[in-house]
Design a protein around this ligand. Structure first.
Ligand code: 5GP
Length: 117
């Protein structure tokens, strides 16, 4: 495991309330907050409270939290972007993952293009 995947990230600090964030949802398993550089009128991130650096590090024992992340993303996405929204998980260098703390991007509020470029 490379060092950048195990050290503390900005999302660890947001979760610990040691860094500011526009938190829009929190429960016992996860937290959601607005992205600091939104790519659309709606752009927030959903993270697990259990640290998983990237999707490829998730295991069978994470099934419950992975399902929970999708359901929270869906509920918040539905209410904030009722005309549709997109979920993105970047995994690793080629995907441009920049924060090595698993997060689901939820993006919407405008017409999106497919495929993304
Ligand atoms: P990644 O490329 O790793 O999938 O996406 C990381 C996301 O985190 C980016 O969209 C970036 O704008 C967002 N981000 C980075 N630093 C911060 C921060 O300090 N606060 C918030 N709210 N979002 C951040």
């Amino acid at each position: 495991q490379i060092r950048s995947q195990s050290k503390s990230t900005i999302f660890d600090k947001i979760l610990a309330k040691q860094a500011p964030a526009d938190i829009i949802y929190e429960d016992d398993l996860c937290m959601a907050f607005n992205d600091i550089h939104p790519q659309a009128p709606v752009h927030f991130l959903v993270i697990p409270k259990k640290k998983i650096p990237m999707l490829e590090k998730a295991s069978k024992s994470d099934s419950k939290i992975l399902g929970k992340l999708l359901l929270v993303a869906k509920e918040l996405g539905r209410s904030r972007a009722p005309n549709g929204f997109r979920l993105v998980i970047n995994n690793g260098r080629h995907s441009c993952q920049s924060v090595y703390y698993l997060h689901i991007h939820v993006i919407g509020g405008r017409q999106l293009k497919w495929p993304p470029t």
